[in-house]
Design a protein around this ligand. Structure first.
Ligand code: ME8
Length: 498
């Protein structure tokens, strides 16, 4: 039975606009895009937000380095993300910048609504500009005063700030997590977060004096204070839907079905964000998907280590579908993963070139050779894809694509076992040979079309190629080879021995 069409909403973290788009960002977009394409394939309408986080000292400092005012700087920089998001093939519907006028006004409205939970207080503690976050004495002591992620000393801060009484909502947040209203995926991160808040949460500082933070949204009614970037940035998930001035629109998409974030920003999304929503009387997101980090050859990606890999380079050398394949299958959706050029190229040549590319090529060329391209009828034996769908629903995309590869492997094995080229030899002498061969090849073409359907959320170009080749009943031979072999980082087994 057809499911009724649902209006769904998925969001991604909005990166700080000052850096270059990197593999971590690509993971956010790709996971959200896989989910989006899967839901659309099932007939649902999906709203898919992306955007850029453009306020804060980090941004204005970079702008000053380039001799630009912050707005001129962000106007230039956000385009890098827009281009990159398109390059990873994300079919988003909305791009939000936190400097958009509508966003700025909506965040000021949000502040007004949250006023019953906002109070002024003195803050004394430590700040890391790289994180745009405050750290406690204990945390700073444990780290010997240096932020390990940014290799910069924590700044001592002593100032008057506004605070948001997140503590008023801790019990409601715990309950929402425990009863599944707001699910944190994976479960081990949900447990970690529950452990972190088990003794309550401290209220958070949500503004800084203008002298210490110039580039941001002014606090309504107190021009000497500028809003903390996280309050501003988190609000994007609803302001992009037209909150508060387009109620019909935001009410039809909020609460979000899935919010994709990296593990490092879970505490903001599971702590401050739900408190903001509860303070506004809005529902909590249904799921927070906290993905892990991509490491490079076992080490954390770091500019100072110099192991940054440009995702553009991977896409340009191997193609977008190969990029999406590796990062959706070999980086587990819910945990950390590792990239090396060797691993990538081995997967590319073996799993894409041999397992899939050759399979498509083999089936197409046999149908062309033996049947002038005409695909006969087959009794389609639908493979049981319950595990695939279950994994997609559980946001374990790597497991879903594993299932597709099981199907690809078994089809390769089937061909090796039935040996259609031997059956073909009987044509002319054995009257059974021709219908038997037609049946085998039709089965293969049908299985490939099904593989194309299953690959569509992951590898849209490949899915289209498979469908174009086999779907009309006559094989259409496309130009070029799918996944031509590349030996840039691994040895070519066919190269002449030196
Ligand atoms: O945190 N592997 O922006 P951001 C995987 N502006 N994911 C990674 C990663 C890695 N090595 N490094 C970063 C911010 N990420 C805020 C977000 S949302 C309201 C505001 C992920 O540019 C990171 O976890 O530092 C986050 O999901 C995204 O990249 C943007 O990080």
């Amino acid at each position: 039975m057809e499911q009724p069409q649902k209006k769904l909403y998925i969001t991604t973290a909005i990166p700080y606009v000052n850096g270059a788009p990197h593999i971590g960002h690509a993971i956010d977009y790709m996971l959200a895009d896989i989910w989006t394409r899967y839901q659309r394939q099932n007939g649902h309408e999906v709203r898919f937000q992306v955007g850029t986080d453009e306020h804060g000292n980090k941004i204005s400092a970079k702008a000053a380095e380039e001799g630009l005012d912050p707005k001129a700087y962000t106007d230039k920089m956000y385009l890098n993300f827009e281009n990159f998001i398109k390059k990873v093939g994300a079919q988003y519907t909305d791009f939000i910048r936190t400097t958009d006028e509508h966003h700025v006004q909506s965040v000021q409205y949000i502040w007004e609504q949250l006023k019953p939970y906002i109070y002024k207080g003195a803050y004394s503690g430590w700040y890391c500009m790289g994180h745009e976050a405050f750290f406690t004495n204990n945390e700073v002591q444990a780290l010997a005063g240096i932020c390990p992620d940014h290799q910069t000393p924590f700044e001592q801060v002593s100032e008057e700030n506004y605070f948001f009484k997140t503590s008023a909502f801790t019990d409601q947040i715990k309950e929402a997590i425990n009863n599944g209203t707001m699910q944190i995926v994976p479960e081990f991160r949900q447990n970690e977060f529950l452990e972190l808040i088990k003794d309550g949460t401290p209220d958070v500082s949500i503004s800084r004096p203008k002298k210490n933070l110039t580039w941001g949204i002014p606090v309504p009614g107190d021009p000497e204070q500028i809003m903390y970037v996280w309050l501003d940035a988190l609000a994007n998930y609803i302001t992009v839907l037209g909150y508060p001035d387009r109620p019909e629109e935001y009410k039809s998409f909020w609460p979000a079905d899935v919010q994709v974030i990296g593990k490092d920003i879970l505490r903001f999304h599971a702590g401050i964000w739900p408190a903001m929503l509860l303070g506004l009387g809005l529902e909590l997101p249904k799921k927070l998907l906290a993905h892990g980090f991509v490491n490079i050859g076992g080490s954390k990606i770091s500019k100072s280590v110099g192991n940054v890999i440009d995702p553009n380079e991977i896409i340009d050398q191997y193609g977008l579908d190969a990029f999406r394949y590796f990062f959706s299958r070999h980086i587990p959706t819910q945990d950390d993963g590792d990239f090396t050029w060797e691993k990538f190229e081995t997967a590319y040549n073996g799993e894409l070139g041999n397992d899939l590319g050759n399979l498509i090529q083999r089936v197409a060329s046999m149908i062309l050779r033996y049947q002038a391209g005409v695909i006969g009828d087959s009794q389609q034996t639908e493979h049981d894809m319950t595990n695939y769908h279950r994994a997609m629903e559980a946001l374990e995309f790597n497991k879903a694509i594993d299932e597709v590869w099981n199907k690809i492997r078994s089809l390769n094995q089937y061909i090796d076992n039935v040996k259609p080229w031997i059956v073909a030899k009987g044509i002319g002498t054995d009257p059974e040979a021709e219908p038997h061969l037609a049946e085998i090849l039709a089965h293969c073409a049908g299985a490939l079309v099904q593989i194309g359907d299953l690959l569509l959320p992951f590898m849209p170009g490949t899915a289209a190629y498979i469908h174009e080749t086999f779907e009309t009943g006559v094989v259409k031979q496309s130009e070029g080879v799918l996944f031509p072999k590349r030996y840039i980082h691994t040895a070519d087994p066919h190269a002449a021995k030196q």
